[in-house]
Design a binder for this molecule. Structure first.
Ligand code: AMP
Ligand code: ZN
Length: 452
């Protein structure tokens, strides 16, 4: 078996992966803040690190990998949403908060399960680990790495000489690049919050610094320590988390642990944009996993996500989804996946994945297996990679021939519009609409979707 090589953000290079303990390979990935539906960008780290988890389980044995993905259920965005809901529904803020976090966490787990992702070994919620957070903050204060000020506790970045080693930025650059909150009680503007005071309407816990709540960064440090120990193998998340979140996790944990390294390998997925644009609610191109799953089965979404290497930016398009659907529809017409099948993974696919999760290469190798008629091996490989083999759905039952027919109609309509034959172009549009296919004209041409 080829050696697993992973790109480490900490060293900015690909390295041979050697676990601290091959009997217990430990992986931590920052999970969602549960106040709203997860979007398709949030699905990227979940799918990417699920593939890594499956690969590690394959190499080291399913019982020898511990995967932690937390749920952030203490956060000011949650508190703001809870206040809105409490006012609208005339319930207590605490009841609204409990309801929002429970419902969102459940929705999230349902959505990512539909995407073929295995449940992590542990899914800790921040609210269950406040005691450990308070203990870690207490240690940092006692050792001179943190200081209380006006009900807050702040991490003193000047106490950690290598602060910035992950982001590779100097304090000055960080100051210029980050939106730091300037507050009179901070010694240094880069000092960040470990604990902050809560008023009566905000969830709070008793602590040596008064009733309050933890900052986001300390949540991950405390949950990681509790479930994986002081040092673990791999820490992952989206590239936006590298700074300040991961830099601050390193600062807190290493300062609390006599400078023992928090994680040996840091992995970050690139960002996802939609149809060439940054996804945002104001642009109206904000796609939740939940909505997408109404049109496409999880297999199609998963396959489409893996066509791009995890460190590259990905442009999420309906055209890409149609192509992914067509590939899978073609395969699953030839063979099917069954739940009983043993799950050997093709060597060529293992080799591709071992090279820093080269999933575009993996997909090329899947096509080769199909071309060479190795359908049984292709089926077992897909199964082991988290595909279910179920892609047909009444709502999306256009099938691959249907998709090709739609593309032909779109081409005919585009030609008609070029020739200024608008009666014909409208006729084609209406004909498709009658079949439940909605056309969308954009700067890069016309795409289609199934009417919801
Ligand atoms: P959040 O709930 O915003 O903390 O995000 C949860 C995870 O999704 C983090 O690992 C983020 O880095 C990741 N993420 C958020 N937006 C995107 C995006 N557009 N593309 C890729 N990953 C993202
Ligand atoms: Zn985190």
């Amino acid at each position: 078996m080829t050696t697993l090589r992973l790109y480490n953000t900490l060293t900015r290079q690909k390295e041979d992966f050697a676990p601290l303990d091959p009997d217990n390979v430990r992986l931590y990935v920052c999970g969602p803040t549960v106040y709203d539906y997860a979007h398709i960008g949030n699905a990227r780290p979940v799918i990417v690190f699920d593939v890594l988890y499956r690969l590690l389980r394959h190499v080291y044995g399913a019982d020898h990998v511990t995967y932690v993905r937390n749920i952030t259920d203490i956060d000011d965005k949650i508190n703001a949403r809870a206040a809105e809901v409490a006012a609208a529904k005339n319930v207590s803020v605490e009841a609204a908060r409990a309801e929002i976090t429970a419902a969102t966490a459940k929705q999230y787990l349902d959505d990512v399960t539909a995407l073929g992702c295995l449940p992590p070994t542990h899914t800790p919620r921040a609210t269950e680990y406040v005691k450990q957070m308070v203990a870690m903050i207490g240690k940092l204060v006692a050792d001179g790495h943190a200081y209380p000020a006006e009900g807050h506790v702040l991490f003193d970045v000047s106490s950690k000489p290598d602060y910035g080693k992950l982001a590779r930025r100097s304090l000055d650059e960080m100051l210029a690049g980050a939106r730091v909150e300037v507050a009179p009680y901070k010694k240094n503007p880069m000092d960040f919050v470990l604990w902050k005071p809560s008023d009566d309407l905000t969830p709070g816990w008793e602590s040596p610094w008064g009733r309050g709540r933890p900052g986001w960064h300390i949540e991950c440090s405390a949950m990681g320590e509790a479930l994986l120990g002081e040092t673990f193998d791999i820490h992952g998340g989206g590239i936006d988390l590298m700074f300040p979140h991961h830099e601050n996790e390193i600062a807190q944990s290493e300062s609390a642990h006599h400078d023992h390294q928090l994680a040996k390998v840091w992995m970050h997925n690139g960002f996802l944009q939609v149809e060439g644009e940054k996804m945002s609610k104001s642009l109206g191109n904000f796609v939740t996993i939940n909505e997408l799953l109404k049109d496409w089965r999880g297999d199609v979404v998963r396959f489409n996500m893996l066509k791009t290497h995890y460190r590259q930016p990905i442009d999420w398009t309906s055209q890409g989804l149609v192509e992914s659907f067509n590939t899978l529809a073609n395969w699953f017409r030839t063979f099917s996946l069954s739940s009983e099948m043993s799950q050997p993974i093709a060597d060529s696919v293992l080799e591709a994945l071992s090279d820093d999760l080269n999933t575009p290469k993996m997909i090329a190798e899947l096509h080769v297996l199909y071309r060479d008629g190795k359908h049984e091996l292709l089926a077992s490989t897909l199964k082991a990679l988290g595909f279910s083999g179920d892609i047909e759905d009444p709502k999306i039952a256009v099938g691959s021939e249907g998709a090709i027919a739609i593309e032909q109609q779109i081409a005919a309509r585009t030609a008609a519009r070029k020739a200024k034959n608008f009666a014909e172009s409208d006729r084609i549009r209406d004909e498709l609409l009658a079949k439940g296919i909605v056309l969308k004209d954009g700067p890069n041409g016309t795409t289609w979707e199934v009417k919801r």
